[in-house]
Design a protein around this ligand. Structure first.
Ligand code: NAD
Length: 497
């Protein structure tokens, strides 16, 4: 399944139930971000390999959609058991290629499995609706039918979880599927596809095409691909959304973020510090739900800034497979450089570095892309650092005098992925939940990640589309409704045979 012979394996594509060597001219190295070791090479597949996958998926769709839902989900049950069985290996692979700690990787794989479990409920979730006698003797039905071939284009930061926000629902609804993983972290999906193969899906129902822009553009333009899910940065999300929509496809694109947390003076400061430190520095800040701005109100300012600085300084940074490590590296040397430049820009704009995590020395991992947790104080709300997505372990502190000012600050931001409030006041919590213009809200929660049975509800520049991933939204995204209005002659009721 992995082409060998070279010093590191070259990953393969999985098309029409077969592992196949890509005809790609170019490959990229897949690199462990903590050690700089080369783990594999990933082919940058050309557009005709997307075409082969789309043709295979289209052919497979004709019988997959006719397979009863209760039979389709048997393959997902099988997949769940296989993922449980290979849980440790999948989690280790995430850590090796993506850098997060083993515990973080386990959490990620657990979330992926939860989506498989939820999609197993498709015989109930996909049901339509009906009403007898919409007029005398006439009945009306709404039924859900699958679309055909669908595809996901995934980002680097959750290589094991993000395709699962979409794929299990698409398959359970009777669609066939193509996965294009991030070229930075393609190993986890390679392993997931070994399990999908063992779960017995018929050839062509699930397909894997590795690659980058050329493969993506082929997906966006392919006439047989009906629906596309994308997760990644906002500029690419906007590009994918407009090009795929112009081609008449159904599209949902989750983009970048700049997530604020508000800390009120009545918050439990010990809990708030622990939770917001995990949010800002967990996964090295490379979570689309990472806290990036902490807006302190009134007397919370002094006590919170001292506590978060201590939490940042004491965080244990290193290789995610080593015991006791609380934070891993960022994904590439370019990411590290970008993060450090943004911190410098913040300082140039007037912020004070309370904890400066740039250029750390991590013993035994000198080649890794490490940035230690960083806290900037006195950040101006209009400064670039307060507005730009950093995607690294950097928390900017802004101080205001009232919760209204804090909410106004949140609402002037361009993104709307998540905002959190830390307080003991139910009234303030309700006001915040009601007024904050973001799609995922946390009240005394630092990473408000919806469970599989709720939609992942980004707003504003964090999302392009109508229906989100996961839960009932996913069922609606992966099906089209058909309405039947039906009348039968009443004479036959008295017919004699
Ligand atoms: P990215 O946008 O660079 O890449 C995402 C995918 O798009 C990859 O598969 C890549 O191959 C492809 N791609 C990149 N540039 C392209 C181009 N010019 N044309 C066509 N395809 C292209 O994102 P990333 O760096 O992998 O991931 C980090 C970003 O993802 C962050 O901005 C983060 O906030 C966001 N993200 C958002 C969510 C969410 O739910 N909103 C979740 C996870 C990550």
């Amino acid at each position: 399944m992995v082409q060998s012979g070279a010093s590191v394996p070259i990953l393969q594509n999985y098309i029409d139930g077969q592992w196949c060597t890509s005809s790609a001219v170019d490959c990229l190295d897949v690199v462990n971000p903590a050690t700089a070791d080369r783990l594999a090479k990933v082919p940058l597949s050309p557009g005709d390999e997307v075409d082969r996958a789309a043709q295979a998926a289209f052919t497979a769709f004709q019988s997959w959609r006719r397979t009863p839902p209760a039979k389709r989900v048997q393959h997902l049950f099988q997949l769940k058991y296989l993922m449980d069985e290979h849980f440790e290996d999948l989690a280790q692979t995430v850590t090796l290629e993506c850098g997060k700690t083993l515990d973080e990787s386990k959490g990620e794989i657990r979330r992926a499995i939860e989506n498989v479990e939820t999609a197993c409920g498709i015989p109930m979730m996909m049901q339509g609706s009906n009403l007898e006698d919409i007029a005398s003797g006439i009945d009306e039905f709404m039924i859900r039918q699958p679309l055909g071939v669908a595809a996901v284009i995934a980002p680097f930061n959750f290589p094991g979880m993000i395709p699962f926000w979409f794929m299990p629902y698409a398959l359970a609804c009777g669609n066939t599927y193509i996965v294009k993983p991030s070229e930075k972290v393609p190993l986890t999906m390679q392993k997931v596809f070994y399990l999908l193969e063992r779960a017995g899906f018929p050839p062509g129902v699930v397909n894997l095409v590795n690659g980058a822009k050329e493969a993506v553009d082929a997906i966006l333009d392919h006439p047989l691909i009906r629906a596309i899910s994308f997760v990644g940065s906002t500029p690419v999300a906007r590009y994918i959304y407009s090009r795929a929509a112009a081609n008449g496809k159904r599209v949902q694109c989750q983009g970048g973020a700049k997530n604020p947390v508000i800390v009120l003076p009545d918050a439990d400061m010990e809990m708030t510090t622990r939770i917001t430190a995990d949010s800002a520095f967990g996964c090295a800040g490379q979570r689309c739900l990472a806290a990036s701005l902490a807006i302190t109100v009134g007397e919370a300012g002094k006590v919170y800034s001292e506590a978060i600085a201590q939490a940042a300084e004491s965080r244990v940074v290193g290789f995610g497979l080593d015991d006791g490590v609380q934070m891993g590296p960022v994904i590439t040397p370019e990411s590290r450089q970008r993060i450090e430049q943004l911190v410098q820009q913040g300082i140039d704009e007037g912020a004070t570095p309370l904890v400066d995590g740039r250029s750390p020395k991590i013993p035994n991992y000198e080649q890794g892309n490490f940035v230690r947790p960083t806290v900037l104080q006195n950040v101006e709300p209009d400064s670039e650092i307060a507005k730009t997505e950093i995607f690294g372990p950097v928390l900017s502190l802004i101080h205001v005098n009232t919760i209204d000012e804090a909410i106004a600050l949140i609402n002037q931001g361009q993104y709307g992925n998540m905002a959190c409030l830390f307080t003991n006041s139910g009234a303030d919590a309700r006001k915040f939940r009601y007024e904050a213009e973001v799609g995922n809200i946390g009240i005394n929660i630092g990473v408000a990640a919806p469970m599989a049975f709720f939609p992942f509800s980004g707003w504003k520049e964090s999302f392009f589309g109508d229906l989100h991933g996961q839960g009932q939204h996913a069922i609606e995204f992966f099906t089209q409704t058909k309405v039947v209005v039906e009348r039968w002659s009443q004479k036959v009721w008295s017919r004699k045979f």
